[in-house]
Design a protein around this ligand. Structure first.
Ligand SMILES: Cc1ncc(COP(=O)(O)O)c(C=O)c1O
Length: 372
């Protein structure tokens, strides 16, 4: 049975953000929640925790241990125990690092179009943002980054690896170039790798901490995206080898923001559900191919990306100023508006493809109705 084989009536019983933000006649294809039931190991771990009343304060060790094993087995990335510390979630973890390790009044570099909370995390504590836009092909613009890093006020850089919204998986060469620039200009790199486990079959994900020169950077990550566990708070701060002591100087509250069940269930997924994850990635890749084959029927186009379950689509051919609002009002289908990712991208939409092929077909039909 397909992982995304889940019907709309069941989904509509959900009370999470995706299913309650808009009226019931709107098909929600926006926020990054997946239309899946929990993976088998996660389900067993949750049932067991409830059966034995394992609902106390976090033990803290489960997720760091499971993530280190997963990173070693999957990416050949070896991390020591002291490099990895729990935190509440990725967005607040990035803000904690910016606040703790960059100067107040300095500036932080981001790459628009970019997942919106990068602006709030980077701008934390009054830091200004410097934009080094992605290239038109959706890749890191290393020249723009070099220029931005050379600015005297720049002290930090929030990297999205893989990149949301494009789904670009950065190469080891690109990341090594970033690390070299960061060293040269003494810029702290904070790499958000929450989508790292969500790459198409055959595609290699490279963690920032795997490339030479990255020893003075951080990764912030979580298995909540891969196993759809945003309901239960847990994430990880991972320090490059030169920052391990600095990591453990962060206040205890940082760890205490994680929940016991969040840590436990993400660990169960990483330990026990790797086959499920492989199938999930295959189904996401197939959904991207399906979207690419359907969009020309409504005058749009899309090239499948290597990472994430998100599709970044130029909806300008539809002729709407604000594509997402018009599609929602006229077609009853909700996508994330491009302006959330870059002010200039009102005609773009981000489509969440972590759903059934039938729902993707229905979404494209609704784009067609909106256009008519
Ligand atoms: C790139 C990226 N970072 C962070 C998050 C949110 O992570 P968290 O819920 O752990 O704060 C998302 C959610 O979609 C995301 O796409």
């Amino acid at each position: 049975m397909a992982i995304f084989d889940i019907d709309l009536d069941t989904l509509r019983q959900r009370t999470s953000m995706k299913w309650t933000r808009f009226a019931p006649d709107v098909l929600p294809m926006w926020v990054a929640e997946m239309d899946v039931v929990p993976s088998p190991g996660v389900t067993r771990a949750l049932q067991h925790a409830v059966e034995i009343g394992d609902l106390g304060y976090p033990g803290y060790e489960s997720l760091p241990r499971a993530f280190r094993a997963f990173a070693a087995d999957t990416w050949g990335l070896s991390l020591t125990q002291r490099q990895v510390m729990p935190c509440a979630d990725v967005v607040s973890g990035m803000a904690v690092l910016v606040e703790a390790f960059t100067d107040p009044g300095s500036s932080i570099v981001v790459n628009p179009p970019i997942y919106p909370p990068f602006r709030s995390s980077g701008g934390v504590g009054g830091r200004a943002l410097v934009e080094a836009a992605m290239t038109p092909e959706g890749r890191l613009d290393l020249e723009a980054l070099a220029e931005a890093f050379a600015l005297p006020e720049v002290t930090g850089y929030l990297l999205c690896n893989p990149h949301n919204p494009h789904g670009t998986v950065h190469t080891a060469d690109e990341l090594a170039a970033v690390a070299q620039l960061a060293r040269q200009h003494q810029v702290l790199v904070i790499s958000d790798e929450i989508h790292g486990a969500l790459v198409a079959p055959g595609v290699t994900f490279t963690s920032y901490l795997a490339v030479p020169g990255s020893e003075s950077g951080f990764v912030v990550t979580s298995a909540s995206k891969a196993f759809n566990l945003a309901a239960l708070k847990a994430g990880l701060l991972i320090a490059g080898s030169e920052l391990v002591d600095a990591l453990w100087q962060l206040p205890y509250e940082v760890r205490a923001g994680s929940s016991h069940l969040g840590l436990l269930l993400q660990a169960a997924g990483l330990d026990e559900d790797r086959d499920w994850l492989a199938q999930l990635n295959a189904e996401i890749a197939a959904n991207k191919v399906l979207l690419a084959s359907l969009l020309p029927e409504v005058g749009l186009s899309y090239t499948p990306s290597d990472g994430t379950y998100l599709a970044w689509v130029d909806a300008a051919p539809l002729g709407f100023e604000d594509a997402a609002t018009s599609l929602r009002e006229r077609g009853k289908v909700a996508f994330n508006p491009g302006t959330d990712y870059a002010a200039s991208h009102g005609q773009w939409i981000r489509i969440n493809l972590a759903t059934s092929p039938e729902i993707i077909r229905e979404a494209v039909r609704r784009i067609g109705h909106a256009r008519a």
